[in-house]
Design a protein. Sequence first.
Length: 273
Amino acid sequence: MFDPLRIGTQSLDLIDSVVVELISGAKADETSIMVIGAHCRDLLHTAFGRTDLLRSTSDVDIAIAVDGDAEYRRIIAALPRSGTTDIRFSIAGVAVDVVPFGDIEDPAGTTSLTGRTESLDVFGFREVFAHSIELRLPSGYRVRIPVPAGYAALKLKAWCDRSVNGEYKDVGDIATACGWYQDDADIRAALYGARTDLLIRAETDVDLAALYLLGEEIADILGRVRVAELAAAWDRTDRELLAHHFARHRSRTHPDHAAANRAILAVNNFLFG
């Protein structure tokens, strides 16, 4: 069962220190902050009761809803820069990407910053934020975290964007999200109960039916317009490359090609019907 109450305070200490500095030093609004990236993945993993280790990271990724470029510049003005990306800062001694989205987007899904040549892809951030859940930190601040399907939606788009350049690290995160749904006892119970329609559509393949549910939830979060955009991006990707790395993520000694094929079939199902 997915239960955010499983997330202990110890696993929140790093994020908490970053958020405290963002709010107290940079005067960011706690209600506008959403944890994304690998730390989001790890927290969701814990909320599903999982204890298996995932790919580690020392960075923190924060999305922040802002009205425009001026508000974003006001927030980051007090933050020491880290690197040359214009969105990475040293906060509480940690390298943190602070990604602006919201009313600053123009067009939707794209953020352009003054002085930065390349725009930022923030596809789906608004929709995922709107469906996010509260994450209460040890300091008492309350920020947001994507629901599992929201996290998966952002990872699918990241795969579509980065795989064209030969990057495939997002596949492991996609496979992890698939595992959350396929291994969850409550989801399996629902497939034999209220959602037998998905089990029938999957021809009694429970693992595939669980991914149909994940796809359905992603589509509900993103909405028709964003799903169409994701479908166009997905159509340009190399599914064989995804299948290869997905299968190897499940097992390097015995790659799970069936699991990879299920994932691709499920994505095609919710994107194209």
